[in-house]
Each structure stands twice: as structure tokens, then as C-alpha cells.
Design a protein around this ligand. Structure first.
Ligand code: SF4
Length: 354
């Protein structure tokens, strides 16, 4: 049964909010108190409005409403699944690859995803970067001329005020060899009202290319308001890409994945990454197998436009970086000849160089 309700006017941050909004069941409350004591909760009005209370497997609820299954931590899971700490020379910086760094301006997000790979680091109680730490982080970038690209992440950089964002962008803009600033955010879709003209203006820096990479996992997230927010960004000349996480019970079937990728492309957002779920604590119920992910990528290939194909990637646990883990279409036959598989599963010989 769908519960009739008014659309919330505030972000839900407490279990009592979720209780009142009929998003959790009373018998789960004790277990959820333990989850809430450990991991932050935030569900924006935009995301809350999408949840169908009548569907016990609602894909939006599954992403944001805490679940008692989060208390089950498997031996393989780890607090820092992608090894940020091992590559952090100064607070706020992760320098894993030679030509780019992550700059974490904030640990706060508009929503807290139940599968978050940084769930042990993000939240309203996490220590923000101090002014001195920000100076040191920017100093680190300024002292490393190989850094061509800076990825603003967090937390979510678009929860900052336009003034604070503009200050950070301006300071990055002053570093000559930084040419690209990439902003990773869930805000355009999860809290689209924040994407004001002032916020969009703050993203632009003279002489630098800004890219906004929006995080979305289900086509239903692409509401009219989210589409309008993304259009404001793209119309300002800022290209958009997307990243999605492959999540069991949310988007791990070919129709749902295809609908998401098409919705993104319709909004002029090029699907960039489909992440395999990281080994974050208490997230096993949301992870799929790599084989299932590969099978889904095969089903997308050829059936939806090439524009709709993300790269399926795994962040290797321990901080070894991302590797593509999509299916391989090349093989050898019994006589050692190269075979290429088409999107229907047919195999064809490809001649060696003559
Ligand atoms: S928005 Fe990103 S950083 Fe924030 S909780 Fe979700 S996945 Fe984690």
C-alpha cells in the first residue's frame, strides 16, 4: 500500500524522521539504531519523493534508507576499501595516479548512500578540512607540476556554498599546469535546487576545463528538476559525465541499466563509469558478482547506443587503482586464430597482419 503524504520540505537525517515518514518498520528500529550510530543518514526531499512505500524492494529506498544488513560485515570488507589513506601525502589529497589528484574539500554529502565506499570517512561529524590544511593541500598541488587534473570529491563538493566553491576553484585556477578540474557530485540529481546560476558560475575558471561527473544509479532519479539542473550546467558550457554503481536490487538487470544510461544521454551526460561495488563494510547485500556485471555489459553492448556504454570498472582493493573489468570480445580458436565475438554472441575470425 502506498502511504499518502506531502513531499518533505527538509532532508531526513534521523531515524525518527524516517519513522514518521513510514520509511522504516518499527520492528527494525533497534537494529537500525546500531546502523545509525555508525553511518550517517541523509535523504533529500527530491529522493524521498521518489520512494514507493508499497514496494519493499524500491530501488531508491535501497540506496538511501538504512538497512539492518549493514551490520553484517564480511571478512573481505575494509574501512578504506580503495586505499585512499595509503596515497594521501597531506590531508585532503589522494595522489594515486601520476597526472591527477583527488582534493577532498569536505566530508559532507547531500545524501548518504548505503553502499558508499567512503562511508567510514564521510558524514556530518567528520572533521572538515581546516584553512591551514586547505593551504597545505593546494601547496602540494602547486609543488607537483605533473598534476594535470584535479578531481574535487569528498564528500560532495557541491554542498559547499558557491562562495567557498568559487574560492577553491579560483585558487586551483592560479596553478598553471592544472588544466582540468573534475567535480564529482550527487547534488545535481539528489538535490537539484542547489544548482543555481551562482553555483554554475562558481564552477567556471578562466583557462581551465571543468567537467561535472554526476552520480546516478536509477533512471527514476532523473526527475524533471534533476534534468533542469543538469541542463543549467551543460548550457553553461560545462560537459557532464556520469558515474553509477552496480547495485544488487537497484540496477542489476539489463532493462534498468539501459533505461538509466539512456536517461543520462538524453540529458547530454555521457556515461563514464559503471563501478563494481567496493568492499565497504556492511555492503555485501548490495554487491553483485563480477561475472554478473560482465553479463550485464554484454547485454548493453549493441542493444543500446554506443553513447550509452559506460566503462565497467573495479577499484582494486588496497589502493591499486581502477581497472576495466568488462567482458573481452577477443579469443583464440583451437588453431590459434583470433576470434571476435559480435553482440549476438556470434564468433568471427579476424585475419593476422599481412
Ligand atoms: S554521495 Fe558519494 S561520497 Fe557521498 S555518500 Fe554517496 S557515494 Fe559516498
Amino acid at each position: 500500500m502506498t502511504v499518502a503524504r506531502n513531499i518533505a520540505s527538509k532532508t531526513f537525517r534521523r531515524l525518527s524522521d524516517l519513522d514518521q515518514a513510514a520509511l522504516i518498520r518499527a520492528e527494525k528500529r533497534a537494529a537500525l539504531e546500531q546502523v545509525a550510530a555508525r553511518y550517517a543518514i541523509a535523504i533529500t526531499p527530491a529522493m524521498e519523493a521518489l520512494i514507493d512505500r508499497g514496494d519493499p524492494n524500491d530501488p531508491i529506498a535501497r540506496q538511501f534508507v538504512p538497512d539492518a544488513a549493514e551490520l553484517d560485515v564480511t571478512p573481505q570488507e575494509r574501512a578504506d576499501p580503495i586505499g585512499d589513506h595509503a596515497h594521501s601525502p597531506v590531508a585532503g589529497i589522494v595522489h594515486r595516479y601520476p597526472d591527477r589528484v583527488l582534493l577532498k574539500l569536505t566530508h559532507v554529502c547531500a545524501v548518504y548512500c548505503r553502499f558508499c565506499f567512503r562511508r567510514e570517512m564521510v558524514g556530518p561529524d567528520a572533521e572538515p578540512l581546516t584553512a591551514a590544511q586547505l593551504d597545505a593541500a593546494l601547496g602540494y598541488i602547486a609543488a607537483h607540476p605533473d598534476i594535470w587534473e584535479v578531481v574535487l570529491t569528498g564528500g560532495d563538493p557541491l554542498v559547499l556554498s558557491p562562495r567557498r566553491l568559487r574560492e577553491a576553484m579560483t585558487r586551483l585556477g592560479a596553478i598553471g599546469y592544472v588544466k582540468v578540474i573534475r567535480v564529482h557530485s550527487r547534488v545535481p540529481i539528489a538535490d537539484p535546487a542547489r544548482i543555481t546560476d551562482e553555483m554554475v558560475a562558481a564552477l567556471k575558471v578562466e583557462g581551465k576545463a571543468t567537467y561535472v561527473v554526476a552520480h546516478a544509479n536509477h533512471a527514476r532519479e532523473m526527475t524533471a528538476a534533476a534534468r533542469a539542473a543538469c541542463a543549467r550546467i551543460v548550457d553553461a558550457g560545462i560537459p557532464m559525465l556520469s558515474q553509477s554503481v552496480l547495485l544488487a536490487g537497484v540496477n542489476d538487470d539489463p532493462q534498468t541499466l539501459a533505461a538509466l544510461m539512456r536517461a543520462l544521454v538524453e540529458c547530454r551526460i555521457k556515461p563514464y563509469y559503471l563501478h563494481h561495488g567496493d568492499l565497504a563494510p556492511g555492503t555485501a547485500h548490495l554487491r553483485t558478482s563480477l561475472e554478473h556485471g560482465q553479463a550485464l555489459m554484454r547485454q548493453l553492448r549493441g542493444r543500446v547506443s554506443g553513447l550509452c556504454q559506460p566503462t565497467y570498472v573495479l577499484d582494486i582493493p588496497g589502493g591499486h587503482g581502477k581497472s576495466p573489468v568488462g567482458p573481452c570480445y577477443l579469443s583464440r580458436d583451437d588453431e590459434g586464430r583470433t576470434q571476435i565475438e559480435d553482440f549476438n554472441g556470434g564468433r568471427h575470425c579476424y585475419p593476422p597482419p599481412s
